[in-house]
Ligand binder design. Structure first.
Ligand code: GDP
Length: 328
């Protein structure tokens, strides 16, 4: 570690959360070392990442190559590791369960192992590791809301791989590594890809409002999620890792809404009055299994970290619709 500048290693920086996390870390004075795929450094970065200038240092690494991951961790010698690289879609995890297992379970195993090997030589305080876990690790539970003591019970390949990583965090922590699993409930923003239902809804509703689309085709509109605001979630992740006591945190709003609620709020914001007639249900978008009610209890994050969501559900939907109406 040079001087007092925190050196963070971030995987998944090109994703929604990675971008917000890098921005938050740099705003706090950190240098962010981030991994990109081999060959990707020559490709243009998003304007958000470009704006970080020299505070963002890119490393081309094949994250599934154990030797390369170990060498990266040893070379960067980070104070903090944030593992956000993952297959992020439950839907896609059914289509590619092996790739999902590699990214969502094997990569965390590699990083935790490399961080443990680095040990206390990683920085003044020793290297700390934050694993982005997911509400999907609780998908099969009857307990509502879920908290850090709720047993993991995944129901899809994505959740199963995330559960493996989540357990490994505890295993390494028991052996002395400062490792934290942040159990992230779904969190949205204008940067969310349209493969996710929230951004699919806001981008399509905005297109309908502009007269550029006729209908919104969806699957299970009764599905309920605890949807938060992505920039809030990265604040929780950093606070969780910097807390003196390494422990896991549920990062959630504590309130669930249905997909239909989301459509209604988006349509109201965009001024699409006849939204009910615009929605068409297509079984192709249904899941083999769908968690009925995932809602998190964020009490620990609130009491230990002083963390709270900064936006209500309506404000999250509104910000996303506004961005899509403006074509941002
Ligand atoms: P994920 O479940 O965290 O991967 O997030 P998604 O945004 O893909 O899905 C959230 C919920 O919306 C799930 O319960 C889906 O079954 C439901 N859903 C309903 N219609 C759609 C749709 O058209 N696309 C997607 N992606 N999800 C849908």
């Amino acid at each position: 570690m040079t001087g007092t500048v925190t050196r963070a290693l971030v995987t998944g920086v090109t994703g929604q959360d990675g971008g917000y996390l890098a921005e938050h870390l740099v705003a706090g004075g950190a240098t962010v070392h981030a991994t990109v795929r081999p060959g990707a450094r020559s490709r243009p970065l998003s304007r958000h990442l470009t704006a970080l200038g020299d505070a963002l240092v890119l490393h081309e690494v094949d994250l599934l190559d154990p030797g390369a991951v170990r060498a990266l961790v040893a070379d960067v010698a980070p104070d903090e590791v944030y593992n956000l690289a993952a297959e992020s879609s439950v839907a896609r995890s059914w289509a590619d369960p092996v790739g999902t297992a590699q990214l969502n379970a094997v990569l965390p195993a590699l990083l935790l192992d490399a961080a443990s090997a680095l040990g206390s030589t990683g920085g003044a305080r020793g290297v700390r590791v934050l694993q982005a876990s997911s509400a999907e690790v609780y998908a099969g539970t009857a307990t509502v809301p879920q908290d850090e003591s709720t047993p993991l019970l995944p129901t899809n390949p994505y959740g199963a791989a995330k559960a493996h990583a989540h357990h490994l965090v505890a295993v390494h922590r028991a052996r002395g590594l400062h490792a934290v699993a942040a159990v992230l409930y779904p969190h949205e923003s204008p940067r969310r890809p349209t493969a996710f239902v929230t951004r699919k809804i806001t981008s399509t509703v905005a297109a309908i409002a502009r007269g550029e689309a006729e209908e919104l085709v969806l699957g299970n509109t009764a599905a309920r999620r605890d949807w938060g605001w992505a920039p809030d979630v990265v604040v929780a992740m950093v606070a969780a890792l910097r807390h003196d006591e390494p422990q896991d945190y549920v990062v959630a709003t504590g309130v669930a809404h249905s997909v239909e609620d989301f459509v209604r709020a988006a349509a109201e914001r965009a001024g699409v009055a006849d939204w009910r007639e615009r929605v068409r249900i297509d079984p192709a978008f249904f899941r083999p299994t769908d968690a009925a009610e995932l809602v998190g209890d964020p009490t620990r994050a609130r009491t230990a970290l002083g963390w709270a969501p900064s936006r209500t559900f309506e404000e999250v939907v509104g910000a996303m619709v506004d961005a899509d109406l403006e074509g941002r």
